[in-house]
Design a protein around this ligand. Structure first.
Ligand SMILES: [Zn+2]
Ligand SMILES: [Zn+2]
Ligand SMILES: [Zn+2]
Length: 156
């Protein structure tokens, strides 16, 4: 049987994040669990500062939020969003991929851009340049927001 790493429910994703954090030496505390659950409940991009504002009233320390986010990013379960003053994070599957960001509703859609990467490599080869890393993000409107955006007759 093939073992899948996809996480069907947010509950199991939170459990997986807590496990990875423990492997990185972050103790499992009630505060940590609150931070992780808040993160997996986000459907789009979020900032660490926003999380602090949300969770401080629930007794979660700023340092706990920042440390958790930092380690989740390091192990690849969060990715940084760079475009458009968003400078936030998004929950991520492991493995190399890129993101489509909806500027209207904030949803973040993961995409495999391997065709684009082949083109980049070909371009770099022609210039005898060795590419070690790249940054590729796309912003615009998701399908649902395009439908809301002036298209008449869309289903309610
Ligand atoms: Zn991702
Ligand atoms: Zn890439
Ligand atoms: Zn949208």
């Amino acid at each position: 049987m093939v073992r899948k790493t996809a996480h069907s429910a947010n509950v199991s994703r939170a459990g997986w994040m807590l496990q990875r954090l423990a492997e990185e030496g972050l103790r499992h505390t009630e505060q940590r669990a609150i931070v992780v659950q808040a993160i997996v409940d986000k459907r789009g991009a979020f900032t660490a500062e926003g999380l602090v504002d949300e969770l401080q009233p629930r007794g979660v320390a700023r340092a706990t939020v920042y440390r958790t986010v930092e380690v989740l990013e390091r192990v690849g379960l969060l990715a940084r969003i760079h475009l458009d003053n968003r400078h936030g994070y998004t929950v991520c599957e492991e493995g190399h991929h890129h993101h489509l960001l909806c500027e209207r509703c904030g949803v973040v859609i993961p995409v495999d851009a391997s065709d684009v990467e082949v083109a980049i490599r070909r371009l770099a080869d022609a210039l005898r340049f060795q590419v070690d890393t790249h940054l590729l993000e796309f912003a615009g409107l998701c399908e649902a927001c395009q439908a809301r955006n002036g298209r008449t007759g869309s289903a309610p």
